[in-house]
Ligand binder design. Structure first.
Ligand code: ATP
Ligand code: MG
Length: 733
């Protein structure tokens, strides 16, 4: 058996898992121990050695990117196509099921996916129609409530024993669901829930898939929620009396469970061993990713959590370099330190794509981005600022959604008056009220109210013009290729002209993004195919836009540093990793400080972050940071104190100045300047200042001393400028 090529480059335990006879398996192991690698090799093994068809395999990963990578790796190992294999995220697979069986779940064929943003808008509207006081009831809370219930598999009628608040949220949930169903809209949680109900309630469909998927394999299992677990169970047929049983392999690490706040349950790992018969548990203990220093630091941090399933992790890798710990003056200083380190790394001939900047919250990226831009270091952002999340792109998509489905209320709300076409808030209110009374979609209500002359004069004309526009667009572009269709829609709707008329860099980016959307559509046909179902290209693309994590946003081929939240770094690895903003109140986050469970989850997130690093880890924190417009003093995170001191190298200000020998530029302190001399001038890094002509801005840098001293300010409207302090007459804000 050991001579088989698929078993080469595996250790004994990995080999045992990959080459095991068909059975249920749990691979429980720490970070970087080759869990994902085992999963990939196992899939190839099933097909090559056990002669299973790709058709009978379903693999679930955590992101679309991971799914694409997994498919690529399996095909590489096999040397053949695996198109018939179902591989994707739970959401992606659920979507696929619903598309194939839309009639069985009472959805229109052209149902659309409602993202989180649209969901909130929709809730806002519904709460208004229920006459709920906006100050008292928040759409965000309602959203949490509804999604959490759906993740537990609960419909409004399942909810009882509620207190007053919950009863109101239940009422909102009810009204929201009616509105979604009417409009043919499905939110993310609904994808999972509805697919689950389909499998649970429809015996024919269930048995079809049970017969089909002989093997189900799930990566990152520690982050599955109740409904996802129920899904796996149903598909496997575990606990039912059906004739054939399918085999489930789950891989996971309880120490990397970081989605508890979104309903994920670590207990599912344990539950799996109870619900499934004769589960073989395999533990992997050798880490192949990180240096000994990084690994022992990460192990020490996670050791502070209790209730762990317990795993050993060791590496044959050398000690490697110590972890650099940088105490920054403020977030700007932190960002500039990081970019200078990246420059140094790059100058030594290393690739930028081997560098990751990880942060706790998305808002932290802006300052980092600014520093990278100044240093002309190309970067790419994963998650957060997703291409398909950008305002202008969503506007364009909303037009497309309306073309696909007139009853898509969320889309209509978004664009009926974008660009402005004289349909005011009052008209919209009348339309909403009309829709509510008649139990129709906004589109139908708008049309009826305008033709029945409930709406009159300018309002009626404006509404009818909008309706005409959409109808005409459909007539005109129906036969076009997707790219041309989108191009026409963007132009004829006035969206492009609206953004072109706006001034400034932001508007330019928006116009570029709209153009990029057309590119995305042009490329789409070749890229994304849902194999069994015949979706129109437009519907296929809209689903793709809603589900895809937007990885295409940057030029894939450019060597670029990667920025992402700690959450989205899960499963990935990089030679050089920066973890920034490691401060109490930020990481662990403020909210988590009050709850032991949340704090443990933050610590797991820290473990995930540290174990992404292969060669070198740099941790930084800022003593001062602007949070929501306020300067706050911060102390280093407790997680830093949990790292053994022998693994850490403290980087001091002095060593920062060693970067400062050449001409002054962003990211470098000029020789001769000192913090003290600068502070005597009355300004500080990161401080907000006002200039008579240039307006308000933030102090980024300084150089020189005495009358020659200059200060660099990033003005909110104009960008950054160097000014001579003596003449600039800056005021502190
Ligand atoms: P995580 O918990 O972070 O998801 P993981 O357990 O899934 O990690 P992998 O990503 O599969 O770990 O593997 C970590 C790294 O170690 C990868 O670069 C992988 O190629 C390498 N690796 C795994 N097993 C071996 C092995 N037997 N020999 C050499 N390299 C290996
Ligand atoms: Mg993995």
């Amino acid at each position: 058996m050991t001579s088989h090529p698929l078993l080469e480059q595996l250790n004994d335990k990995q080999r045992a898992a990959v080459g095991a006879p068909e059975r249920h398996m749990l691979v429980l192991a720490g970070a970087g121990s080759g869990k994902t690698r085992v999963l990939v090799h196992r899939i190839a093994w099933l097909m090559q050695e056990l002669r299973l068809s790709p058709y009978s395999i379903m693999a679930v990963t955590f992101t679309n990117k991971a799914a694409a990578e997994m498919r690529g790796r399996v095909e590489e190992l096999m040397g053949s196509s695996t198109r018939a294999m179902w591989i994707g995220t739970f959401h992606g697979l659920a979507h696929r099921l619903l598309r194939a069986h839309y009639m069985d779940v009472d959805l229109p064929q052209n149902f659309q996916i409602l993202d989180s943003d649209d969901q909130q808008r929709m809730l806002k509207r519904i709460m208004r129609s229920l006459n709920l006081d906006e100050k008292r009831w928040s759409p965000k809370q309602a959203q949490w409530f509804i999604n959490a219930k759906k993740d537990e598999g609960l419909r409004p009628h399942h909810l009882d024993g509620l207190d007053f608040n919950e009863r109101t949220y239940k009422e909102i949930y009810d009204a929201y669901q009616v509105a979604c169903d009417r409009a043919g809209l499905v939110d993310f949680a609904e994808l999972l829930l509805r697919a689950h109900e389909l499998l649970r309630d429809n015996r024919i469909v269930r048995e079809h898939y049970q017969r089909r998927f002989r093997h189900i394999l799930v990566d990152e299992f520690q982050d599955t929620n109740a409904i996802q677990y129920a899904w796996v169970k149903l598909l496997s047929g575990a606990g039912s009396d059906k004739e054939h049983e399918n085999f489930v392999t789950i891989v996971g690490d309880d120490d990397q469970s970081i989605y508890g706040w979104r309903g994920a349950k670590i207990e599912n790992i344990h539950q799996f061993t109870l619900d499934f018969p004769a589960v073989e548990t395999i533990r992997l203990e050798q880490n192949y990713r990180s240096t000994n220093t990084i690994l022992s630091a990460a192990n020490s941090v996670i050791a502070n959590n209790s209730d762990r399933l317990g795993k050993e992790l060791w590496t044959e890798g050398g000690m490697g370099e110590p972890i650099d710990l940088y105490a920054a003056y403020n977030e700007l200083d932190e960002a500039r330190y990081i970019s200078s380190q990246i420059e140094a790394w790059h100058e030594q001939g290393n690739a930028l794509q081997d560098v990751a900047l990880l942060y706790r919250s998305n808002a932290q990226s802006r300052v980092l981005e600014e520093a990278l831009l100044h240093s002309r270091i190309p970067y790419r952002i994963y998650g957060g600022l997703r291409f398909f999340d950008r305002q202008e792109v969503k506007d364009a998509l909303a037009y497309l959604r309306l073309l696909a489905n007139r009853d898509d209320d969320a889309a209509l709300e978004r664009v009926i008056n974008t660009p402005t076409r004289g349909i005011g808030a009052r008209t919209l209110d009348i339309v909403r009220e009309g829709a509510r009374q008649r139990g129709t979609s906004l589109w139908q209500a708008a049309r009826q109210l305008a033709t029945e002359k409930v709406l009159t004069g300018r309002a009626a004309n404006a509404v009818l013009a909008f309706i005409d526009l959409i109808e005409q667009l459909e007539d005109e572009t129906g036969e076009y290729s997707l790219g041309r269709q989108v191009d026409t829609v963007i132009k004829s709707s006035g969206l492009m002209a609206m953004y072109q008329a706006e001034k400034g860099e932001k508007a330019e980016t928006r116009v570029e993004n709209l153009k990029e959307l057309v590119n995305a559509c042009d490329n789409f046909d070749q890229l994304e195919r849902v194999e069994e179902e015949e979706l129109s290209p437009l519907n296929g693309f809209l689903a793709h836009a809603a589900l895809e994590s937007g990885d295409e946003q940057a030029d894939e081929h450019q060597d670029a540093v990667q920025l992402m939240t700690l959450h989205s770094a899960k499963g990935l690895e990089f030679p050089l990793v920066f973890m920034c903003g490691v401060e109490e109140g930020l990481f662990p986050s403020q909210q988590s400080l009050d709850e032991a469970g949340r704090l443990a989850e933050e610590r797991r997130l820290c473990y995930v972050g540290m174990t992404r690093a292969m060669q070198k880890l740099v941790i930084s924190y800022a003593e001062q940071r602007r949070v929501y417009g306020q300067e706050k003093l911060h102390t280093p995170s407790r997680f830093i104190a949990e790292i053994p001191s022998e693994n850490v190298h403290h980087v001091r200000m002095q060593s920062r100045r060693s970067f400062s020998t050449e001409t002054p530029s962003y990211g470098r302190f000029h020789t001769g300047a000192s913090h003290e001399a600068f502070e005597e001038s009355g300004f500080q890094l990161g401080q907000r200042v006002r200039h008579v002509k240039f307006g308000e801005g933030t102090v980024l840098n300084y150089e020189g001393s005495g009358p020659q001293s200059r200060i660099q300010v990033n003005f909110d409207d104009l960008g950054s400028k160097w000014l001579v302090v003596a003449y600039a007459r800056l005021e502190r804000c």
